[in-house]
Design a protein around this ligand. Structure first.
Ligand code: TNX
Length: 481
């Protein structure tokens, strides 16, 4: 083969058949004709998808793409994609595998609307393949969030974690406390959200976003950040503070100054109401309670507050997720800790893992997509250095958390904080090309990963990003077309 197939994430096994099949028109043959043809048409982008349900519908020139559900010993996300001269078959034990197979097919399509004939067998290394997105520092509304779901899904990510609250703003309706969005929905870094924007998701918008994501097998994980990063809450609810006086709105980008008070009688009921409401609005399994950078809290009070939050999430039937700091608070078996800061004492991580916690790894030097690509990059932070494409690619998640065994690692998440990111173009140019690199770290076993191959495979993706209107940063580490 002359050029490598531009597949990202790289599959478990790829066996080229040496031919090429025209795919200008395809006919999707599926187990659920009410849903798959339309979804396939969207996923397959430039291919003309003829909506038909039987192998002979749609005219002679349309190549059949047959989706087949078939039990197998492999995991629920596994699939086999067989591209032959006479048609395409995707076989999987579940719908999510069929979707992964279609996404792989999409990446095989050449600009001439053909695909190389090939057999791809595939299954992911990790279950939790995610993106954390901060919509609190700068607000990004439902239309942008749907585009982010599309991008994440295209690279086979399964979880979109929305950081919905922080010092600068509160981005989700909470039925028991409407003042949160009434007072803190419109604020953000630098002042207020742009004119014409509401600044927060209504309950209906949150539900619709989850539905949009669920069709694409992406699960939304909402985060309500406590007991630090709480200025938007205390701006809206003065009762959360000892003196009862609401704090002023905060439009800067410092961290660590805000907090809740464990002995304040309003605090625990407020946390239970808010987390209970958000859990009730959440379709997915997880609710993230933050727990990061509560720098003005003593250890004992911090731990009490985190445990109230974690228990409220469990009482609502969800699995709690928290940033790594919560390891010191005894979050209990099954809780998920998101590792991010390698500069800290590792002893609590080993103790938490021994007590049954799971780890999702987002080490800042590799997974923080708000960090500048290089010193010259016009937006982004640099508190722990720069993160160019190769930094996001060349690292090993199983070894990421000191003192934690590989078996306790549940997966990998990229994170995009938005202190310096205010527009869709800024947002996408921080995600691209780095998010696909992290998607491959999360999906592909170490034996299948190779930087030199990756930098060649990713170059042609720029054409698709252009077609989708997704801005990207043309890092010099890749020879772009
Ligand atoms: C640390 S990461 C934070 C965020 C900032 C980020 C900036 C984490 C759990 N807390 O509040 O936005 O650094 O890179």
């Amino acid at each position: 083969m002359s050029a490598p197939l531009g597949l990202i994430p790289w599959p478990t096994a790829v066996e080229p058949r040496g031919g090429e099949v025209p795919l200008a028109a395809v006919r999707v043959v599926s187990p659920d004709p009410s849903r798959w043809p339309a979804l396939a048409a969207e996923l397959l982008g430039p291919l003309g998808v003829v909506v038909g349900t039987a192998p002979c519908d749609g005219g002679v020139s349309a190549v059949a793409v047959e989706l087949r559900l078939e039990a197998s010993g492999a995991g629920d996300e596994s699939y086999t994609l067989d591209v032959r001269d006479d048609g395409v078959t995707v076989t999987a034990p579940g719908e999510v595998g069929l979707l992964h197979g279609l996404r792989t097919l999409r990446q095989l399509v050449t600009p001439r609307l053909t695909a190389p004939t090939v057999v791809v067998r595939d299954a992911p290394r990790y279950r939790w393949r995610g993106l954390t997105l901060d919509v609190a520092r700068h607000w990004f509304g439902p239309a942008t969030l749907r585009r982010v779901v599309d991008l994440a899904g295209a690279y086979k990510l399964r979880l979109l974690h929305l950081h919905l609250t922080d010092d600068q703003g509160w981005r989700i309706a909470v039925p028991s406390h409407p003042e949160l969005t009434e007072r803190s929905g419109v604020t953000q870094v630098g002042g207020r959200v742009p004119p014409g924007e509401r600044g927060w998701l209504t309950a209906a918008e949150f539900r619709e976003l989850q539905e949009y994501a669920a069709v694409r097998f992406v699960e939304i994980v909402p985060e309500i950040d406590v007991p630090g990063h709480t200025n938007a809450a205390t701006h809206a609810c003065g009762a959360l503070l000892p003196d009862g006086e609401p704090t002023p709105a905060y439009g800067g980008i410092d961290v660590g100054f805000s907090r809740l008070w464990a002995d304040n009688p309003a605090t625990a009921p407020w946390m239970r109401d808010v987390l209970g409401d958000v859990a009730a609005m959440t379709v997915g399994r997880y609710v993230h309670v933050g727990g990061d950078e509560a720098l003005t809290l003593e250890a004992e009070e911090y731990a009490r507050l985190v445990r109230i939050a974690v228990e409220a999430v469990r009482a609502a039937g969800k699995t709690p997720v928290a940033w790594q700091e919560a390891a010191a608070a005894e979050v209990g078996p099954g809780a998920v800790l998101q590792y991010w800061d390698p500069r800290t004492d590792a002893a609590p991580f080993a103790r938490a893992a021994a007590a049954g916690a799971r780890f999702v790894v987002s080490p800042a030097p590799h997974a923080y997509l708000d960090l500048k690509y290089d010193a010259a990059h016009p937006i982004g932070q640099d508190w722990i250095g720069h993160v160019d494409l190769r930094d996001t690619y060349d690292w090993e998640p199983a070894q990421a958390v000191p003192g934690v065994a590989p078996e306790a690692v549940e997966g990998v998440a990229a994170a995009l904080w938005t202190e310096t990111i205010a527009t869709d173009a800024d947002l996408f140019s921080m995600l691209l090309p780095r998010l696909p690199a992290l998607a491959e770290v999360a999906w592909t076993a170490p034996a299948g990963r190779d930087w030199d191959a990756f930098r060649e495979r990713i170059a042609p993706h720029a054409r698709v990003w252009d077609a989708e209107g997704w801005a990207y940063h043309p890092t010099r580490q890749v020879d772009w077309p």
